[in-house]
Design a protein around this ligand. Structure first.
Ligand code: BYC
Ligand code: FE
Ligand code: FE
Length: 479
């Protein structure tokens, strides 16, 4: 016998859940499977810990950032939509200016379902990828941030499942079920997009992932926030508010690592960042290894934008189901019928920009917007390094480096953007991408530090804690 759950109380929502018995029934069916998934695939070993988490209980200013101790399986995964914009119009494509859809338009049902499923699939995937990291946290502060990210990605899954169950009938319920069946890295039922089947083996990878890959989340959500399907738009707008913290975790995480490395080098009198043996003897992560991780996570994330030229993307835009980044701020006809956009391609053995119809180049465009958005944090990492008098710069590799999707998938391109042959690429891989030695060394560093206010030796403490608490606040009470 199943217990009756008061879903309206359990799930903070602003979607009128109490008055929607059909949706309640669908959630009642899905919820136990979600909890099973969370308990078996979510943060391993800490389900009983009391974690100082932010919980969104409403979208109002006072409501969306309530902090308290909570055991993760009891987190209140809300279904929250950003406030409706009155008389909102479809922002792009052939229906531009028409009233936004409150229901799924029949003609675009398959398209919307697919986009929502792909978005939904990434959310639990990231939780699966990060499930082993808690046990090697460099501090309770970092552990709390990891779990905050995890519960919010869980909530993002709820957000997509809400849309599927509310608007897509039986198919939607089937898709909601499948979202709990696929598994990151699985042979038989992998997650849908490449990067979400990769491992996140250590905390440097976690920070790179939240800096780069969560930023793909930001870009895609921003584009979907301009959907003509209003419930999707409102859902994504609220998710974006949470995404900022995920990227903050990544940005500050890498910054604290390079800070610690630079400090340690300076106090030991090591000037050469490439004196790997000497740097590693200090128990910190050498800057070239950090560059290799950057190269890896950046290139994996670029693949998430799909092919540079895509008729799928053109169809999404034409239909008005997915906009561009900052669609509302762009000054053009929002239809792109006669426009072109420069896309990088290999022409006569050289990488060159080629003008192509703008409608077909929307994936390339969003990817370019992403690359711009990555710059700020990286230059602040570099300022941190140079402030310690160390001569080293972390750079974004060329867009064509190490790609498996799109234009450059079959090419061998160096991080500097030079076309090389396959054997050269092979021979250089160990300077361009993380090696097994890097992995073994970093793994060795991943020792738990669970004393309040203490931090592992390879990462500097944060400048301040979460929600005006100090870094030594008891962010996680271990059972
Ligand atoms: N891996 O026409 P194309 C996030 C497939 S992250 C495997 O270029 P399209 C988060 C593609 O499906 C944001 N397959 O594709 C971050 C297509 O297959 P079919 C997630 C790939 O559709 C951190 C074929 O190749 N949200 O939220 O224009 C933590 C042809 O490609 C990949 C979204 O992505 C790949 N990387 O573009 C937690 C938004 N790339 O049709 C969460 C929704 C492409 O031939 N998704 N393929 O079977 C989309 O807008 C689009 O689906 C994509 C792909 C931009 C992903
Ligand atoms: Fe997310
Ligand atoms: Fe995220």
């Amino acid at each position: 016998m199943t217990e009756t759950v008061d879903y309206d109380a359990l799930i903070p929502n602003n979607v009128g859940l109490a008055d929607d018995p059909k949706l309640q029934r669908a959630l009642e069916k899905w919820h136990p499977g979600y909890l099973d998934w969370w308990n078996s695939m979510g943060p391993e070993g800490f389900q009983m810990a009391d974690v100082y988490l932010r919980t969104a209980v409403s979208v109002e200013k006072e409501g969306w950032a309530k902090f308290d101790y909570v055991k993760m399986p009891e987190y209140r995964w809300g279904i929250l939509l950003a406030p409706a914009v009155e008389e909102r119009a479809i922002p792009c494509g052939e229906h531009v200016g028409e009233p936004a859809w409150m229901e799924v338009p029949g003609a675009y049902r398959a398209m919307l379902r697919r986009l929502i499923v792909i978005q939904g699939d990434t959310e639990p995937a990231s939780v699966e990828q990060q499930r082993h990291l808690g046990s090697v946290s460099p501090s309770l502060y970092d552990m709390r941030n990891l779990f905050q990210v995890n519960v919010e990605e869980g909530r993002h899954l709820w957000a997509m499942v809400y849309l599927l169950q509310k608007y897509f009938g039986r198919d939607g319920r089937d898709e909601a079920h499948e979202l709990l069946e696929r598994q990151s890295g699985s042979e038989e039922k992998p997650r849908m997009l490449g990067a979400f089947n990769e491992e996140t083996p250590d905390w440097l990878s976690f920070f790179m992932f939240t800096y780069f890959t969560d930023r793909d989340g930001k870009m895609q959500l921003e584009a979907l926030a301009h959907s003509g399907f209003d419930p999707l738009s409102r859902t994504c707008r609220f998710m974006l508010a949470e995404e900022a913290h995920h990227m903050f975790v990544g940005y500050t995480g890498v910054k604290r690592i390079v800070q610690r490395t630079a400090e340690a080098m300076t106090s030991a009198g090591i000037e050469d960042p490439y004196d790997i043996e000497a740097v590693r003897a200090l128990g910190v992560i050498d800057l070239p290894a950090i560059q290799r991780k950057t190269n890896l996570h950046f290139s994996l994330t670029l693949d998430l934008f799909g092919s540079e030229e895509s008729t799928n993307a053109a169809n999404y835009f034409n239909a008005g189901v997915k906009g561009r980044y900052h669609e509302d701020k762009l000054q053009d006809d929002h239809q792109l019928r006669n426009d072109t956009y420069p896309v990088m391609k290999l022409v006569d053995g050289e990488l060159q920009l080629v003008e192509v119809p703008a409608l077909n180049a929307l994936n390339a465009r969003l990817r370019d917007d992403f690359i711009e958005d990555c710059r700020g944090g990286i230059s602040r990492w570099n300022r941190e390094i140079s402030s310690h008098g160390i001569d080293f710069e972390i750079t974004m590799p060329h867009v064509a480096f190490n790609r498996e999707v799109g234009e450059f998938a079959d090419l061998s391109i160096s991080p500097a953007g030079r076309v090389v042959d396959a054997p050269t690429f092979e021979a250089k891989t160990s300077t361009w991408l993380p090696t097994s030695e890097d992995r073994a060394y970093i793994e060795e560093l991943m020792q738990p530090q669970f004393e309040p206010g203490e931090f592992a030796g390879w990462i500097a403490p944060p400048q301040r804690g979460i929600q005006n608490k100090t870094p030594n606040f008891l962010y996680v009470k271990l059972p």
